[in-house]
Design a protein around this ligand. Sequence first.
Ligand SMILES: [Zn+2]
Length: 407
Amino acid sequence: MTLQRIAAAALLVSSLFAEAPGRKKRTVTDEEVRQVHESAILIDTHNDITSATVDGFDIGKPSKDHHTDLPRLKKGRVTGQFFAVYVAASYVEGNRSAHRTLAMIDTVRHDIIERYPNEFLFAVTADDILRAKEQGKIAALMGIEGGHAIEDDIRLLRRYYDLGVRYMTLTHSNDNTWAGSSGSKLNKGLTQLGREIIAEMNRLGMMIDISHVSDQTFWDALNASRAPVFASHSSCRAISPVPRNMTDEMIVAMAKRGGVIQINFDCGYLNPDVARAQEERAKKLRPKLEALRKKYAKDLERLREATRALRLETPLGVRATLADVVKHINHVVEIAGIEAVGLGSDFDGVECLPEGLDSVDLWPNLTRALLEEGYTAADIRKIYGENILRVMRAVERTAREMQASAR
Ligand SMILES: [Zn+2]
């Protein structure tokens, strides 16, 4: 038997015994769920409600149209929320990416934090998140989604850092001039400029997010970065084989350097049956979507609405469950350890969420599912926040060291 075969056999044996050694399925009380949930610092590293607040949605008002609003964030006891500064690839044309980035940063600073100062605390460090927990507030943080946001200029990267951005997803579903995307078939790696951007992110103390990137760019970024890298919202390809998810090899390599994979709740990323249904529906809807894209080429807002309506008319018929989320967490724990996994929901960025995790108030349901699976309170605290806090601190430390050695 080759080493690879032995490893594969060992993996097969471990997956036959769904309960890992030391973990035992059990029943739990409501009181235990409440206590464990409240003891944890819950940090979600990806939420897209900003695409609504930038267009006037008031996060303070209860809403049925979105997964996120302030009353439900409080109910779900979220301590740290990374809001996505999402810049669609369509802004590249005409060099409008920087404008959009600034508008998205402004919606977090102005429409969320400044509008509700008693509820949100503007946070840029791991310590800020702990302070929010002490004060019973929600730490609001920012991550740029789509490296084209810097319009190929490291000077813009520095200014975004100054405005409070603490991670950047190197690509969205488009290749940019310096990094490759999992949404492209080219599997491009980092260019020289890409490596310079990584070095500057290290020096500034901005986390490198490898969600959405191509496999080659993942490896290039991991090798180029002096600080741990992380995936803000990705799941396991071994369970649902979509390009947006990470292979076991990637998860293990990233974990060895101190990084974490923050599990994404998109039904298709969690469950391969849903992924297949999504793919089949996409094929069926392609001509209709193409027509809509032509019709609303100049009106992105209308295009978004029409696309959404079309999808609603054509339901998937299958959904993921809380058990799927637990399965992904178990998988990362098995191959890379309890220190390697966290949560990046993608609330308000995806159409389909698992049953029982339909919105930000329902986080305690995941706490219950993990307790029932046999995870301890200490395990859950790692998954919910301690792991990503460790990454944040490592990134902050690298920045301090690089700045000190340059003096
Ligand atoms: Zn995304």
